[in-house]
Design a protein around this ligand. Structure first.
Ligand SMILES: Nc1ncnc2c1ncn2[C@@H]1O[C@H](COP(=O)(O)OP(=O)(O)O)[C@@H](O)[C@H]1O
Ligand SMILES: [Mg+2]
Length: 263
């Protein structure tokens, strides 16, 4: 049974792409094969796996436009068992191009449903915003992971994301559930990080993952080397945190109980 995750937050710069890349890497290393779908026209996840702009066609744009079969756009990565579907800037016009297309919210789901069993999980790196692309991701997903940056306005906007998830669940995908909220860029030297953690845990309770992603220089350096942080420096605290997150996601039973039998 495959589990599809969307990494969602309408704000940019909160750690969505970093989490998509490194959670997928940690899951693959633990034996769960993963497919990352870059659904952000900025293509940062593609860059993070060293896919150059010339190598991004065909990608998620062609899949949504039904110009290519999903199997024909998957690129191998340096991580064994981890495939990537790249994106490029044209993806930003896909909503307009499909305006007259019925069922256009289901295009990504249809493509993912046609994948063979080879992948235990699919991780969709969503763009900032809660529009057409994010809706396609949510319709195709079983689980949502929301990264929240440990800064003053962390909780702002969260209720809006939760409303959108509820609406999609009600109207388009009854299978959809929030897996967890992830605190990112935590700085232990900064009192604000601690306060944000306290606030978020108080308001949101146990849906907040125990694992916290620290602010870590190796995490921010790794994309410029085209590598997940786990390949760039597997011993740094950032790598350790993403390994812990993968273990926690598996423990939450996000893989329909399969996790326990395989580990
Ligand atoms: N834990 C972290 N420590 C340090 N830098 C981080 C961390 N997480 C993300 N970054 C950096 O912050 C920026 C925004 O992160 P990114 O994952 O691209 O956010 P989003 O996808 O939500 O826009 C990137 O430059 C990334 O390398
Ligand atoms: Mg991003």
């Amino acid at each position: 049974m495959r589990t599809v995750f969307s990494i969602v937050n309408q704000k940019g710069g909160v750690g969505k792409t970093t989490t998509a890349i490194n959670l997928a890497t940690a899951l693959s290393i633990s034996g769960k094969s993963c497919l990352v779908i870059d659904l952000d026209p900025q293509g940062n996840a593609s860059t993070g796996f060293s896919i150059t702009s010339e190598q991004r066609t065909p990608g998620s744009y062609e899949v949504l436009m039904q110009k290519c079969n999903i199997l024909d756009v998957i690129r191998p990565t340096e991580v064994s068992g981890l495939g990537l579907i790249p994106s490029r800037v044209e993806l930003s016009s896909v909503e307009q191009e499909l305006i007259k297309f019925q069922d256009r919210e289901f295009l990504l789901k249809k493509a993912i449903d046609s994948l063979p069993d080879r992948y235990d999980s699919v991780i969709i790196d969503c763009p900032p915003g809660l529009g057409f692309l994010t809706t396609n991701a949510l319709v195709a997903s079983d689980k949502v992971l929301i990264p929240l940056q440990c800064e003053f306005f962390a909780l702002e906007g969260l209720s809006q994301i939760l409303r959108v998830i509820k609406k999609v669940k009600l109207e388009l995908n009854s299978n959809l559930n929030l897996d967890g909220i992830l605190l990112t860029m935590y700085d232990p030297r900064n009192k604000l990080s601690f306060q944000v953690e306290e606030d978020v845990r108080e308001v949101m309770g146990s849906i907040v993952y125990k694992t916290i992603i620290p602010r870590n220089i190796k995490i921010s350096e790794s994309p410029s080397h085209g590598k997940p942080v786990l390949l760039y420096d597997h011993k740094c605290i950032g790598s350790e945190a993403y390994v812990n997150l993968a273990a926690e996601v598996l423990k939450r039973g996000s893989f329909g109980g399969l996790a326990k039998s395989k580990r």
